[in-house]
Write a protein that binds this ligand. Structure first.
Ligand SMILES: C[S@@+](CC[C@H](N)C(=O)[O-])C[C@H]1O[C@@H](n2cnc3c(N)ncnc32)[C@H](O)[C@@H]1O
Length: 287
């Protein structure tokens, strides 16, 4: 029996000219760059999707994606396939330790009435829910139930956001969550495999589609914490700087911007100071 009989067709090789066209389209719309190293990944994503919708070649698929409302809808599917969605609860512990320290300081202020956090590039929700777990626990332990908190969680991919909104995770995905939090804030579903996050906690997170390339359209501001990790890895240096400058403008004075370690190099902003905290890349807005 041949490969075709099993439905496993070989990936269609992409020619240089088409590769350049797709690279340009994806970068201009999402910021993500597909270098030669990521060419095989692009080939797999495109040819799998082309096969699903019965398109024979890269050129026709490109024309389809860039034209009309059907193309726009198709783009939403494709962008989900192209983005790396890998994530986990409390990913990069030191970044969360820094957020915890910052929030504890905030909670010492008797006048504090609300805390606003933003997970930019939230993937399937583990990051914003980790922030919610952290804040919820801190508020309980500090007896500051008078303080309101809300988490804004944004991502470019609609299918990914739909999973995030469900707040249902396989048992394997919960390993990063401290035992006590897991017991308190997760409920096992009847299928015995999946766990659902507490409804009240889920209600604290507002999910929205947002492309980091269009931050000028984002109606958010006065954030106490902005978390943007593992999103800008595939962006060019000038775009990274552009995105983080926009994010910085959405912070309150005193608010902190937490990025992935090593994700942005040689960057300074007149309104921000670098926070000296081990194994983190973070800035505080000072003016
Ligand atoms: C690797 S995940 C990181 C998730 C989470 N921040 C973490 O550190 O675990 C990257 C996420 O960024 C999103 N993303 C990629 N390009 C984006 C863009 N231009 N605007 C908004 N989100 C984007 C992807 O859809 C994906 O969900």
């Amino acid at each position: 029996m041949g490969l075709e009989d099993w439905g496993i067709k070989p990936v269609l090789p992409i020619m240089d000219e088409q590769f350049a066209l797709w690279q340009g389209l994806i970068e201009s719309r999402t910021g993500m760059i597909f270098t030669q190293t990521r060419r095989p990944f692009l080939e797999i994503c495109l040819s799998t999707r082309m096969r699903e919708i019965g398109t024979e070649d890269y050129e026709s698929y490109y024309e389809f994606v860039i034209s009309g409302t059907r193309g726009e809808r198709e783009w939403l599917v494709l962008v989900d396939r192209l983005a790396v969605q890998e994530t986990s609860f409390f990913r990069h512990a030191s970044s969360y330790a820094l957020v915890e320290k910052h929030l504890k300081e905030l909670l010492l202020k008797p006048s504090l009435s609300s805390i606003n956090l933003w997970s930019a590039g939230c993937s399937t929700g583990e990051e914003p829910y980790s922030l919610a777990l952290l804040v919820e626990d801190l508020l309980k332990n500090s007896h500051r139930q008078d303080v309101f908190y809300g988490i804004t969680a944004t991502d470019i991919s609609l299918p990914t956001l739909a999973k995030a909104k469900l707040g249902v995770y396989n048992e394997r995905k919960l390993y990063g969550i401290p035992e006590k939090m897991r017991e308190r804030y997760f409920e096992q579903l009847p299928n015995q495999r999946d766990w659902q996050i507490d409804k009240l906690l889920k209600a604290r997170v507002a999910f929205a589609q947002l492309n980091l390339m269009e931050l000028d359209k984002a109606p958010f501001g006065d954030m106490d914490v902005i978390f943007c990790q593992n999103v800008l890895i595939y962006f060019r240096r000038f775009r990274k700087r552009d995105v983080v400058s926009h994010l910085a403008a959405r912070l309150q004075i005193g608010g902190i911007l937490v990025l992935g370690v090593g994700e942005v190099m040689d960057w300074q902003h007149p309104a921000l100071e670098r926070i000296d905290y081990p194994d983190t890349l973070a800035y505080r807005r000072i003016q």
